[in-house]
Design a protein around this ligand. Sequence first.
Ligand code: FES
Length: 99
Amino acid sequence: MASIQNKVTDETVEAEVGSTILESNLDNDIEHPCDCGGNCACSTCKVIVISGGAILSSQDEDERDTLDAYGWDPDEFRLACQCVIKSEGNVVIEFPEPE
Ligand code: FES
């Protein structure tokens, strides 16, 4: 089991290895925008990974392209629907300021 902590609200949820940050948050009733339903097509699920990024799947070209298409720097943001938790550990995230 891993955990995901929201830096701003200090809420922490448990996350199954193999699930995404988005799935874990939604499974734990955390409000997390996801207009395209987790299909790497909208960017509304974007988060800033503060720490623990090493236990997440790496960013692929599709994720980078989607962030870029919506004007978000792929080096600064991750799409929560594409961040698969690969091992136990703790990830700290932050939601960006609303647009
Ligand atoms: S939910 Fe749309 S890109 Fe992640």
